[in-house]
Design a protein around this ligand. Structure first.
Ligand SMILES: C[S@@+](CC[C@H](N)C(=O)[O-])C[C@H]1O[C@@H](n2cnc3c(N)ncnc32)[C@H](O)[C@@H]1O
Length: 233
């Protein structure tokens, strides 16, 4: 990512706090929240000079692999893999390749709230163009369910995060499937996202971590099992 783009993204994250506050004060509604977030993300991602930058990540291919490959720790067999918030489709391509390297066949799918980013993903991955949708994941009813569904929780306002998890488990993840939450940079030694998920009544079935270059942080992926998979335990 160029310095210009990185600065724009970092400025963007500061602006996000302001958007949350405007929602809390009732100055904007949830549609306004999503529109304001997109107004930051879209130009930064679309203007980035690298595939990683177009997925919101500074750094190069090696840094991307270091930051994202841990999602494969949640994968225990072949299946369909939906990336919620697929941006330019880079994670779809990556899980396909990393899965093959690890001996699992993953069929990637994607959805993004940004029509422009979903279109970029379709252009970059024409072989999967008919598997990439434009929608707000919260409330989206896909034409099929998926064995693995990855999401971030910051794709919805803070007060709707538990609703996003419930919605994805009830309508998007296959009964025998798995919901992956992450990759997130979390403070080490704190209950963090796993604690939040548990406090909302979800059972965290597993967690993968990797070191972060900042010693106080670690990268995490937590996963929740679909109904049928959880019942088998
Ligand atoms: C940081 S990028 C994720 C890129 C990549 N999937 C990864 O895991 O690194 C977040 C993406 O989520 C999309 N997004 C944000 N809110 C969303 C929502 N409610 N539904 C679907 N996509 C959303 C954004 O447009 C953006 O492209």
């Amino acid at each position: 990512m160029t310095d210009d783009v990185r600065d724009a993204v970092e400025r963007g994250w500061r602006e996000l706090a302001g958007i949350d506050a405007a929602l809390e004060r009732g100055e904007i509604d949830e549609d306004g929240w999503h529109a304001a977030v997109l107004a930051i993300i879209e130009p930064a991602y679309l203007g980035a000079g690298t595939p990683q930058g177009q997925s919101g990540q500074s750094g190069d291919e090696a840094g991307w692999e270091q930051a994202r490959r841990l999602v494969l720790d949640a994968v225990d067999g072949d299946g369909t893999f939906l990336d919620v918030g697929c941006a330019n489709g880079l994670l779809m391509q990556s899980v396909h390749r990393w899965g093959a390297e690890d001996g699992v066949a993953l069929e990637p799918y994607g959805v993004d709230i940004s029509a422009a980013l979903a279109e970029l993903a379709r252009r970059r991955c024409p072989q999967w163009a008919d598997r990439i949708w434009t929608a707000n994941a919260l409330g989206w009813h896909p034409p099929r369910r998926f064995d693995y569904v990855r999401t971030g929780l910051d794709y919805v306002p803070a007060a709707r995060r538990a609703d996003l998890v419930r919605h994805l488990l009830d309508h998007v993840v296959a009964a025998d499937g798995r919901l992956l939450v992450g990759v997130t940079n979390e403070e080490r030694g704190r209950p963090g996202l796993a604690g939040a998920l548990a406090s909302w009544g979800f059972e965290v079935a597993g967690t993968a971590t990797r070191p972060h270059r900042h010693p106080a942080l670690e990268r995490t992926v937590h996963w929740l099992d679909g109904e049928a998979r959880a019942d088998r335990k």
